[in-house]
Structure formats: C-alpha cells, structure tokens
Design a protein around this ligand. Structure first.
Ligand SMILES: [Zn+2]
Length: 115
C-alpha cells in the first residue's frame, strides 16, 4: 500500500489508477493541477483479512504557501493485490514559523528558504 503513496508523490498517475478499485476508480486523474508534493508520512497502517487501512499525512506546496493533506484510506485485497477503495481527507494550510525547518525538505530554516 505504501507504493501507492510513493506514486502519488511522484505523480505516476497510471500506477495510481491501476491500483484503484474498479468500483470507485475515477475515469481519469489530473495530477498536474495540484501542488508539488514534498513529503509523505504514513502514520498508521493495518490490515485484517481482506481489508486494510492507511492513515497518512502529506505536505505539498501550493503557490506561495504550504498545505498538509491528511487522509484515512481504505483498501481491499482481491487476487492478492491491494486496491484503494476510498478515503476521508482534510487539507490544512501549513504556516511554518520563521525559525522552523522549511517544509520543502531543504533542511534549512524557513526564513532562509521559501519564506
Ligand atoms: Zn524551502
């Protein structure tokens, strides 16, 4: 299931659609509209039988700001493959302090980087 999120970050739309359950899969995905994905953190994942859950947080850059997408996703396993079913997500604007590490992942302080 983690591979799906790596694909999300890298904008590999084809892989995303292929791993999306046919019942809920959209006809197409437009990943170009979104911001630039910077970081991905899987907070929790578990599976029981044929169903799985992943709780993750992803940071993205949108224009001059940053936002955090947090989602609890549901997966189902069919024929030994995991498929994304659906998820509930929230998007929160991220306001780093001037002395915090920059969310872009540069390792520099925000005020000396993307501020
Ligand atoms: Zn930066």
């Amino acid at each position: 299931m983690r591979s799906r999120y790596s694909a999300f970050v890298l904008n590999h739309g084809d892989y995303l659609l292929a791993s999306w359950h046919p019942d809920t899969r959209p006809a197409s995905l437009n990943l170009d509209d979104g911001g630039q994905w910077l970081a991905l953190e899987v907070l929790e994942s578990d599976e029981s039988g044929e169903s799985g859950r992943v709780h993750f947080r992803a940071t993205c850059k949108e224009g001059n700001g940053f936002a955090v997408l947090e989602e609890r996703s549901r997966f189902v396993r069919e024929y030994d493959r995991w498929f994304y079913l659906d998820g509930e997500h929230t998007v929160t604007p991220l306001k780093p302090g001037r002395n915090d590490l920059c969310p872009c992942g540069s390792g520099r302080k925000f005020k000396k980087c993307c501020a």
